[in-house]
Design a protein around this ligand. Sequence first.
Ligand SMILES: C[S@@+](CC[C@H](N)C(=O)[O-])C[C@H]1O[C@@H](n2cnc3c(N)ncnc32)[C@H](O)[C@@H]1O
Length: 236
Amino acid sequence: MRRNVRDARGDLYRKQQRFFAQVYESGHPTPWPSTEPTPAVSRLAHLLKRHKARSRVLDLGCGEGRHTLLFARAGLFTVGLDYLATPLKTVAQRAQEQQLTPRIELLLGDALMPPLKPGSFDALVDSGVFHHLRKADWPAYFNRVLGLVKPGGCFHLTVFSTKFKHYPGERRTRNWSVHRNHYDRFFAKCDFTEIFSRRCEILAIEEERAGLNGFFHVLMRTRPPHCRRADQGRPC
Ligand SMILES: C[S@@+](CC[C@H](N)C(=O)[O-])C[C@H]1O[C@@H](n2cnc3c(N)ncnc32)[C@H](O)[C@@H]1O
């Protein structure tokens, strides 16, 4: 990769991290829910509790920990990872209030360089990180993040759909934008097969739409390395 391209990406990611820091430090409510879990993630927690009660779960980009706390409440050991200390302090405080501290480990670190052992999790939840990554960083995500999940483990992904709007009447001519100093990528339903089917079996895709919000909640199962498909699925 040319140096100036890499520098520009690094610069965007630094601004993006500052954007998230300002959101948490502003004292205003976050643009995404702080405490209420996404229903699809609640269903996954319920499923794991019933069928795989000894699961270890990774909540990638955990923010203020609505899902970290959900899995811990379901009795599962959960690691919450975020690259900002402010939201992690909130999770730690909430965990203490709810007496969940023994089932939670909080890590300060970059999702693309996770300080964790490959294959050490039964389930991974990414609610709102992947859609802030440039396509050039997907290979790192596939290897370093998906590689943390055991073969046959669960992978829940929540991302913006192409129907998501930052403000009423927003028009976009491409499937990504840089908005208020952060990178957003927008997905169509058929993208998930193309992007993930080599590494994961797609079990369910749920579309959420309310007001300006548009999301996909995708449940996948990681494939063992010898079962990884050579094709990437059909392009849209
Ligand atoms: C949209 S928020 C979602 C928070 C949480 N997952 C939720 O659903 O409530 C995205 C979170 O991911 C974190 N994040 C974004 N990129 C990250 C990265 N490369 N490494 C670690 N954390 C990251 C941000 O700090 C922020 O807390």
